[in-house]
Design a protein around this ligand. Sequence first.
Ligand SMILES: *Cc1c(COP(=O)(O)O)cnc(C)c1O
Length: 458
Amino acid sequence: MPKTIIEPFRIKMVEPIQMTTKQERIKLLKQAHYNTFLLQAKDVIIDLLTDSGTSAMSSAQWSAMMLGDESYAGARSWIKMEDSVKDITNYKYILPTHQGRAAERILYGHLGGKGKVFISNTHFDTTRANIEFSGAEAVDCLTEVGKNSATEHPFKGNLDIKKLNDTINDWGAKNVGAVILTVTNNSGGGQPVSMNNAKEVAQACKAHGVLFILDACRIAENSYFIKQREDGFENYTYKQIAQEMFSLADGCTMSAKKDAMVNMGGFLALNNDKLAEECTNLLIITEGFSTYGGLSGRDMEALAVGFQEVFDADYLHYRITSITYLGDKLNAMGVPIMLPVGGHAVYIDARKFYSHIPINQYPGQSLVCDLYEKGGIRSVEIGSVMFGKYDDKGDLIPAAMDLVRLAIPRRVYTQSHIDYVIEIFEELLKNRRKSKGIIITKETEFLRHFTAHFKRID
Ligand SMILES: *Cc1c(COP(=O)(O)O)cnc(C)c1O
């Protein structure tokens, strides 16, 4: 078998990348106060900040957009989106939203409130925020193996069934807003959930009479892992695997900016008549009428096509193997990463990579800065800058891990771009003891990572 991964597409429209020199980047990063969120995108060579809304659309999606029906009610484009989403999810009611968090706000805002609890393998940050904003609590019940960055396991995204049952019993089933299975588990490193685990979650939810919702942002990538790793699915198509998983739950929320390969869009899907009616009312109040929900006709056209395209076997094979390629190369070189490699990103353990930098000098942020200065690569710290807090004495309470995420946009970069990233890591590895820590010079109380200013320690 040839080793080179051939991108299963040809490129017919290009977006130029503006090259920069190291000297220019040192200056640009200083101007951005060592916070890569404050850089202009044009000054980035390889942008691995996020895989959300950054996909390249296909010629089929672009041509569908030209057919966008912008009617207020009952547009043809809406019918296409509804048909496409129903074909895959088989849920009775599809509610369009402008992105995933809007679906979350409607559903969890409605089901939540004081005294309620939501249980997940890991709540994604917008999911948690919407739940907590309603006054409810969000409890994570990830399996123990999922919490260890170095242990290999095929399904590190699985929800711990014992913890699930215990939590439901502790709170009482009537106080459980919903059980939310996030596939793949974004905050847990893009790790997949097995079909067997989803079945056990469904059984537990049925037994207790609680609602079971899928956070389906990366369900196609999750289906790829099931076909490769779980017995009994060898002869299924990826679409059939996703359909089976959807059939286990009572509904889903979806950010179409991930596995529906659009730059903006999402939906909420439900089976329950009453719940769907209540959510539709909320949708109309804040998002838009129930046949567009904040999306233009052309957005819905692109989503209808993208949500089918993502299940293409050649695409999914390329998608997952190209991310594994990056992870395997870094791992072989001696860069400490989260294993096994997940579905949409490679996570570097910065505490191990820069073991000479104390945790309160933010080794993750230091690596983010070095990646930009050395190679013009933009990544994001997921660690003590993002989640750190202070104790009464003003000392840092660090996050559980200091990770740096390299998220790979869909269909955007080729193998040579990725080889370039690998070369930059080779250089960083050689000089890693020279890298300096970081201090925060300015920060806000909430979500400080977006706006904070930093300084290098001399
Ligand atoms: C991105 C994401 C969301 C939120 O979706 P947005 O489109 O960014 O609002 C929710 N859950 C998961 C797992 C996600 O990755």
